[in-house]
Design a protein around this ligand. Structure first.
Ligand SMILES: Cc1cc2nc3c(=O)[nH]c(=O)nc-3n(C[C@H](O)[C@H](O)[C@H](O)COP(=O)(O)OP(=O)(O)OC[C@H]3O[C@@H](n4cnc5c(N)ncnc54)[C@H](O)[C@@H]3O)c2cc1C
Length: 421
């Protein structure tokens, strides 16, 4: 068993998840990460982990870390909502979700802070994750693979896994015809502390809601709260985890979705300050609650993401290299499936590799079987997310008027309007 070495390129969600599982199964695993340190970049936003993500974490993480993950997720509300509104928070429609506050049903999605989850997953891998190692290319043969780094160093392994995210250098090298397509939309994300001097920045009626406010010219504003079930510092101490929790306060994650033409095409990289200022300008006709979220944001955390969608490879010709997550099947954020699918990949790849060892089958067969299964569900999610994204882009003027004006007006008469005090 110890002769099977796996080099994972990228210490993001999928890379760390796979590393835990393979390590527990006795593989020799090393993870190579471009960032210089665990928190070198602000990566703080909340993600919704669904049943696939939860099942993957349960399968791969040591039980104590899985319990710690559950402890730091948001409490599950008996009733929560996803509301689609116009820019004045007039409701167009809402979806109601019934949840079990005991949290025992692991099929119920829950919210976690991404940076907190990543910190939890770094526990136990301290001597396996190598920071400041930027992969630049790999060479593979039928016997194994060599991974080369920007500092001139290289390593050999039985298998190289590209978990290096949306701009994957390994995908560019091995699957040059499958660069993700640009879907002509950008997102600007930010976070705002939930409790500030004058109280909560979100009215209590909206604390258990995800809200997507549709504005003019297909501009959309999304927000949701991230409330820690147990304060991360208490939970980390309770589970004896020796990492410093990166985030300790509840916050609101907000995101602006805007068509490509409205995004200030960067001449260089736009700074967080510039992005936040721009976000303030284009939301000045939105409801004051939404404007306040942008105005009072933690500027450092404001970032822009170009939405892209992965292309399904029809041929995989590389014997000892494979891919997981955004490196292969990045998708727009609609539906919250990107991270979950990445975690699902990690669990599936771990299962296939571990089974190959037990059944004395070849790694090639295991990788082939993983790629075949993964491609089916992952690219289904890509298509679903793209279709959802389109649904929020209404071009027909009559339809827009009905959605943004008529329906909210009718609903404000027939339903109780959202209270924003
Ligand atoms: C604001 C926001 C909200 C989101 N919300 C959700 C959600 O609610 N639910 C959901 O499922 N998904 C969500 N996503 C998507 C999710 O975060 C990604 O799909 C997920 O992180 C992908 O995981 P990954 O392991 O493929 O890549 P990543 O987590 O992106 O990790 C890639 C890693 O590779 C490293 N790397 C890159 N290049 C190299 C290199 N050359 N050499 C070495 N290392 C390298 C990077 O530094 C990084 O650490 C959200 C994304 C954003 C931006």
């Amino acid at each position: 068993m110890s002769t099977i070495s796996v080099a994972i390129c990228g210490a993001g969600l999928s890379g760390l998840c796979l590393a835990h599982s393979l390590l527990r199964a006795g593989f020799d695993v090393q993870v190579y990460e471009r960032d210089l340190a665990p928190h070198a970049r602000r990566q703080g936003y909340r993600i919704t982990i669904d049943e696939h993500g939860i099942a993957a974490l349960q399968r791969c993480l040591p039980p104590q870390l899985f319990k710690l993950f559950l402890a730091t997720t948001s409490p599950i509300d008996e009733t929560s909502y996803f509301r689609v509104t116009n820019q004045e928070l007039g409701e167009i429609f809402r979806l109601t979700f019934k949840g079990d506050p005991s949290g025992t049903d692991l099929r119920t999605p829950r919210q976690i802070d991404r940076q907190t989850l990543r910190t939890i997953m770094l526990e136990g891998l301290q001597d396996r994750v190598h920071f400041g190692k930027e992969a630049i290319r790999a060479e593979t043969t039928s016997e194994g693979a060599t991974l080369y780094f920007s500092d001139g160093d290289y390593i050999h392994a039985s298998l190289v896994v590209g978990a290096d995210g949306v701009n994957s250098v390994l995908r560019k090298q091995f699957l040059p015809d499958y660069e993700p397509e640009d879907i002509n939309s950008w997102g600007i994300y930010g976070r705002t502390l939930l409790d500030q001097n004058e109280g909560s920045v979100v009215p209590s009626s909206l604390k258990t809601s995800g809200v997507f406010a549709m504005g003019p010219s297909n501009l959309g504003f999304f927000f949701t709260t991230m409330r820690f079930g147990e304060a991360p510092q208490t939970a980390f101490a309770r589970f004896g985890v020796n990492q410093i929790p990166p985030i300790t306060d509840d916050y609101v994650m907000w995101g602006l979705v805007l068509p490509k033409e409205q995004f200030p095409e960067p001449q260089g990289k736009l700074s967080s300050e510039m992005l936040q200022r721009f976000a303030q300008e284009i939301t000045q006709d939105f409801h004051p609650v939404l404007q306040r979220l942008v105005k009072q944001a933690d500027v450092d955390y404001t970032m822009a993401v170009k939405f892209r969608a992965g292309k399904k490879p029809t041929a995989w010709s590389v014997p000892r290299t494979t891919f997981m997550g955004d490196a292969l099947h990045v998708m727009p954020p609609t539906g919250s499936h990107g991270g979950n699918t990445a975690l699902r990949d990690a669990a599936l790849l771990a299962e296939k590799l571990e089974a190959a060892v037990i059944q004395s089958e070849s790694l090639e067969k295991a990788i082939g079987s993983y790629q075949e299964e993964m491609s089916k569900y992952a690219f289904r999610e890509v298509e679903t997310s793209k279709a959802m994204m389109k649904r929020f882009t209404i071009k027909n003027p009559l339809m827009r008027w009905a959605m943004l004006r008529a329906i909210p007006r009718i609903r404000s008469i027939t339903n109780k309007p959202i209270t924003t005090e």
